[in-house]
Structure formats: structure tokens, C-alpha cells
Design a binder for this molecule. Structure first.
Ligand code: PEP
Ligand code: MN
Length: 368
């Protein structure tokens, strides 16, 4: 990649210096592993990935080819000069990878979420020359991510990097994971606090696991490039449709070539580039309406209770309490407290009207 990511608003390394990790989600066969590597070798890819062990959500799914695939990665290493790596989920996998002389490993989001397992893996990585890439945990918990990085670094591992792959979404449904861009700054701040400003933590973006679908990759990459990132990890497969895992999000080497070329210039298709963000916004707006509807139902019940017990719908003390809660919480999240107060005023007025309506309805009903 060369440097023409001029649309970025942040200082970032020229794209030519960006690290590019690419390869299939899972290693499936020797032919598949070697074939994809051949397709990627001339594209500016520096690191070749293929998972040999797959932590799956449900039992009975394909859990990886295991140690058998180490030889396939060694073959890629020898024949292409690419640095090769795989995911490690257990200490014995680290042992096998080190013995096989692979160049890097990554620790997946599920594993990073488990500090005892990270510690066990870190122990096995003592003094490793392999680069270790640490994905963010499945929840937006920057200290947990940082904790995993610290555990690995404390074992004298030569090089440690972070990968943002997004977090399990609560409200957003269109993309596989919520990017949680804010975690980049949170992690960097924690890292600087712990290791000082001299040492920079390289951070890669994994748009494949964020988007979960190939058509949104470019947009996610471009949004990511608005932040200080040092490279990408992108899943590629020669036959994405028939990939054994993550079929929807993988792209062919030729498509990666197109993507990398596209990223060298600003896009004029702003609609397409804004699409994932609009999806997220749409889902969040739906969630707000759903929450308001739930709140509305609850205030109706409260209205009934107050009516049955001859209580006034308006209770000043309660209103003041909730308003204080709104403004304090808004401030904690960096929102304007006055704006939060106005929103609460609207919500509260509506709730009062509803409670009064419920009361008069019940009074009318009782009279009839
Ligand atoms: C992967 O990289 O294929 C993978 C399973 O990643 P994650 O841990 O981010 O889900
Ligand atoms: Mn995958």
C-alpha cells in the first residue's frame, strides 16, 4: 500500500509502512493454505494468517485442523517469505507453534476475555521471539484488553501488538461486531500510563470480524483510518463462499488487491462509506425507541398504582432525583448535562400526561 490516505484527519503512518496480515479464517487443507498464500504474496501482505484451532460458539462445529496444519504454514513460510502465524487458545498450542518456528501468534477475543487462560498462554510464551497480537475481548473492556497485553509483555515477549476486532453488539445488528472505536484511545492511554510515552503500542484493525460481511470492508477500513492505526488483519480465501468458517466476511486475493488499491485514494461514494455507521445509528435509534416504549409501559403501571392509592401523579422529589441522575450520568459519559436535562424534561412531561390519562381512565371506568 502506498501513502495516499490523505483523507485521514489524524497523523498516521504512510500506508506503505502499514502492516498487512491476511489469510483465511481457518486452515482447511494444504492446498487451500498454500493456494491462498500464493494469491496474496505479491499484494503487499507481510504476514499470513490461518487459524489451526478454532474456538467455536457451539460444540460440533469445525474446530480446526490442529497440529497437522503447522507443516502447511511452514511450507508457506519457506516458499513465499511471508511471516506466518496462527491463533493460540491453549498453552500446548503455543508450545507446538514455537517448536514449529512460526513467526507470530494471535490471541482471540474469547481467550483474551479469560485472564487465567491468558496467564497460562503468557507463561508458555516466556521469552518468545514470535510477535504476539492481542485481540480486544468480546466486551468493550479496555482494561481487560490491557491486562492481557501486560501479562504477555511481562514474559519478555519480543513484540506485542493489539488488534481491534469489535465487541459483541448489544443493540447493533447489521454488523457482526460493534467496532467500539473509542477503545483505541482508551487502550493507548492505559498503555502510556503503564509503559510511558516512549513506547508506542502498534494497533491493527480487523475489519473482517467487525463487519462480518465482505461488502462493508472498505467502509470499515476507511473509518478505521480516521484513527491512529498501524495496519490491518483481513480474512482472505480463494473460494470464500465455500469457506468452512466465516464465509460471509472473507474476500478473494484479487478482491483484497482491489480493496488496497481503493484505499490509496479518497472515496467519492460517501453513501457507501457511511453505510456501516448509518446501520449502527439506525439500530441505536431503534433501541432508543424500544427503551422509551418500555419506559412508557412502566409509567402506565406506576400511574395505575398511584391512582389506586390516591397518590398524585406528580411527585417533585422523585422528579428531582431522576433529573439529577440524568445530568450526572450524562456528564460521566461526556455528554452535555443541560441537553440531558432537556431530554429528561420531555420524557417526564410525557410520562406525567400518561399517568394522568391512566388515572382519569380508571376514574371513568370505576364510575361506569
Ligand atoms: C479469527 O481471527 O478468525 C477469530 C476467530 O477472531 P476473533 O477472536 O476476533 O473472533
Ligand atoms: Mn474468522
Amino acid at each position: 500500500m502506498d501513502d495516499s490516505s490523505a483523507h485521514s484527519t489524524h497523523e498516521e503512518p504512510p500506508a506503505s509502512q502499514m502492516m498487512l496480515v491476511a489469510g483465511p479464517c481457518s486452515a482447511e487443507s494444504r492446498q487451500q493454505v498454500v493456494g491462498i498464500a500464493q494469491g496474496l504474496r505479491s499484494l503487499g501482505v507481510t504476514h499470513y494468517r490461518a487459524a489451526l484451532w478454532k474456538p467455536r460458539t457451539r460444540p460440533g462445529s469445525f474446530e480446526g485442523v490442529g497440529v497437522e496444519g503447522l507443516a502447511w504454514l511452514q511450507e508457506v513460510q519457506a516458499s513465499t517469505g511471508l511471516k506466518v502465524g496462527t491463533e493460540v487458545c491453549l498453552p500446548e498450542q503455543v508450545e507446538a507453534v514455537r517448536a514449529a518456528g512460526l513467526d507470530f501468534v494471535w490471541i482471540g477475543a474469547r481467550t483474551v476475555s479469560n485472564p487465567f487462560m491468558v496467564e497460562a498462554i503468557a507463561e508458555q510464551l516466556e521469552g518468545a521471539t514470535q510477535t504476539v497480537l492481542v485481540k480486544n475481548p468480546i466486551s468493550p473492556d479496555a482494561p481487560l484488553w490491557m491486562g492481557a497485553i501486560e501479562r504477555i509483555k511481562s514474559r519478555g515477549v519480543a513484540e506485542v501488538m493489539a488488534i481491534l476486532r469489535g465487541c459483541t453488539p448489544v443493540y447493533t445488528k447489521q454488523m457482526r461486531n460493534n467496532p467500539h472505536w473509542e477503545m483505541i484511545a482508551e487502550l493507548r492511554a492505559l498503555y502510556q500510563k503503564r509503559y510511558g510515552t516512549e513506547v508506542q503500542l502498534p494497533l491493527l484493525l480487523d475489519p473482517s470480524h467487525i463487519a462480518g460481511r465482505a461488502d462493508l470492508l472498505e467502509a470499515v477500513c476507511r473509518t478505521g483510518m480516521l484513527y491512529p492505526i498501524d495496519g490491518f488483519m483481513i480474512e482472505c480465501h480463494c473460494d470464500p463462499e465455500h469457506a468452512w468458517t466465516d464465509a460471509r466476511q472473507q474476500i478473494k486475493p484479487s478482491e483484497l488487491h482491489q480493496l488496497l488499491k481503493a484505499l490509496q485514494h479518497p472515496s467519492s461514494d460517501h453513501e457507501a462509506m457511511l453505510r456501516p455507521m448509518r446501520y449502527q445509528l439506525h439500530d441505536l435509534d431503534s433501541a432508543i425507541v424500544e427503551l422509551l416504549a418500555e419506559r412508557h409501559k412502566l409509567t402506565q403501571t406506576i400511574g395505575r398504582y398511584k391512582q389506586a392509592n390516591h397518590l398524585e401523579p406528580y411527585q417533585e422529589e422523585q422528579r428531582a432525583l431522576v433529573e439529577a441522575h440524568y445530568t450526572e450520568q450524562a456528564a460521566q459519559y461526556g455528554l452535555d448535562p443541560d441537553w440531558a436535562k432537556q431530554i429528561y424534561a420531555l420524557i417526564h412531561t410525557y410520562s406525567l400526561e400518561e399517568q394522568r390519562a391512566v388515572s382519569s381512565e380508571d376514574v371513568t371506568k370505576n364510575k361506569n
